[in-house]
Write a protein that binds this ligand. Sequence first.
Ligand SMILES: C[S@@+](CC[C@H](N)C(=O)[O-])C[C@H]1O[C@@H](n2cnc3c(N)ncnc32)[C@H](O)[C@@H]1O
Length: 146
Amino acid sequence: MCANIMKIIAIDLDRDAYEMELPIIKKDNIEHKINFIQSSALSSLDELLNENDNRGIFDFAFINADRVSCEKYHERMLELVKVGCIIVYDNTLWFGTVAMTEECVKETIKPNKQHIIQFNKFLASDTRVQIAQVPIGDGITICWQL
Ligand SMILES: C[S@@+](CC[C@H](N)C(=O)[O-])C[C@H]1O[C@@H](n2cnc3c(N)ncnc32)[C@H](O)[C@@H]1O
């Protein structure tokens, strides 16, 4: 027999973002498996890394926070996630704007467009992962840690 010991750590600055999902979490009876941390992602990831036992133990990570710190999140995720496991980044097509000329992009979304283009280039040249850019939703990039 195999005990199901899956645990999820969810980090967000805004508790409402977690509470919005609570009805679904409760319906699926998995609330007890989720440790929600209301905090900045960087400081929480650094706290996790301060505990050596947390290094290389996570099977999966999904990143959908601010776009400015993605490279910093990536460095930390490579320490936390097991080799051979998966890190996914959301919004890596940024409403399709990563392939648009500047004139076609609304001012409000221009800054993140640049951050995401830069991050996509960074991931494409990162030899520590293999990546697949998947054009569903707003684009996700799946990284397989080598
Ligand atoms: C697009 S929403 C995604 C919400 C949810 N994580 C999901 O995947 O459905 C982006 C979330 O990132 C959170 N966020 C932005 N900057 C953050 C940071 N530095 N640390 C932690 N969370 C952050 C926001 O509060 C917001 O809830």
